[in-house]
Design a protein around this ligand. Structure first.
Ligand SMILES: [Zn+2]
Length: 75
């Protein structure tokens, strides 16, 4: 059974208020990042630090979305 225990995380590449893209990241990686201070790797392969929560309405990374939906059971 695939691990679908993920949650969206946004990249934090800029300091402006423009919408940031969500990436799906495995929760255990987020916890590891919080403890170790490491970057997380999204389903699509994007690597970034977890520093902010995603803003509602931000666009979802199409690659992450496709991969995430592919992991969902009952497809
Ligand atoms: Zn992504």
């Amino acid at each position: 059974m695939p691990d679908v225990d993920t949650r969206p995380e946004s990249t934090d590449e800029t300091d402006d208020d423009s919408p940031k893209m969500f990436h799906y990241v495995r929760k255990n990686k987020i916890a590891e990042s919080a403890v170790m201070g490491t970057h997380v790797v999204a389903l699509c392969g994007e690597v970034f630090p977890v520093t902010k929560s995603p803003k509602p309405g931000s666009p979802v990374c199409p690659d992450c979305k496709k991969i995430y939906e592919g992991l969902l059971p009952g497809e």
